[in-house]
Ligand binder design. Structure first.
Ligand code: NI
Length: 138
C-alpha cells in the first residue's frame, strides 16, 4: 500500500447526499473508504476490458443435473479450457438442482470465454461470472 495522498472532490449537493446515504447503508466508516472501493472496482473493470495480465474469476452456476448431459459437458469444458481451474465446489441443492462455484485463473478474455461456454449450456439455469483480481497493485 502506497502513501496516502489527500485531494479535494467537488460534486453537486444532491449527488453527495445520495452518496452519503448509500455509504451509510453499506456500512462504510467514511467517504474515503467508500471512494477507494469505487475506484478499485472501476480499475478492475477496466483491466478486465483492456488488460492482458493473468487474473482470477469465479463462475457460479445453478443447473439441473438431470437435463441431458449438462454435468458431463460442464466437466468437459473445464478439462479442455486454456485457463487454470484452480478449484471448484459442488453442492447438491435438491433432487434436481446443483450449485457449483469454479475459480479460474488466466487472462481476462480466456476466463470470459470459458465462463461463457459454461453459462450458455442447456440446463444451466443461472450463471454468473464474478470478475476478480490478484490484489497486487490495488
Ligand atoms: Ni449435484
Amino acid at each position: 500500500m502506497g502513501e496516502l495522498v489527500r485531494f479535494g472532490v467537488s460534486m453537486e449537493g444532491d449527488l453527495l447526499k445520495q452518496f452519503d446515504e448509500m455509504i451509510e447503508r453499506r456500512s462504510y466508516a467514511n467517504r474515503s473508504e467508500a471512494l477507494r472501493d469505487l475506484v478499485r472496482a472501476a480499475i478492475v473493470e477496466n483491466q478486465w476490458q483492456h488488460g492482458n495480465n493473468k487474473t482470477v474469476g469465479v463462475v457460479c452456476l445453478v443447473y439441473d443435473h438431470e437435463m441431458g448431459d449438462v454435468g458431463h459437458k460442464l466437466t468437459h469444458i473445464q478439462h479442455e479450457s486454456e485457463v487454470q481451474i484452480v478449484s471448484s465446489m459442488h453442492v447438491h441443492l435438491d433432487h434436481h438442482n446443483c450449485l457449483e462455484t469454479i475459480v479460474l485463473r488466466g487472462k481476462p478474455a480466456e476466463i470470459q470465454h470459458t465462463a461463457d461456454q459454461l453459462i450458455s449450456l442447456r440446463g444451466v439455469k443461472l450463471g454468473k461470472l464474478v470478475i476478480g483480481h490478484t490484489g497486487h497493485g490495488l
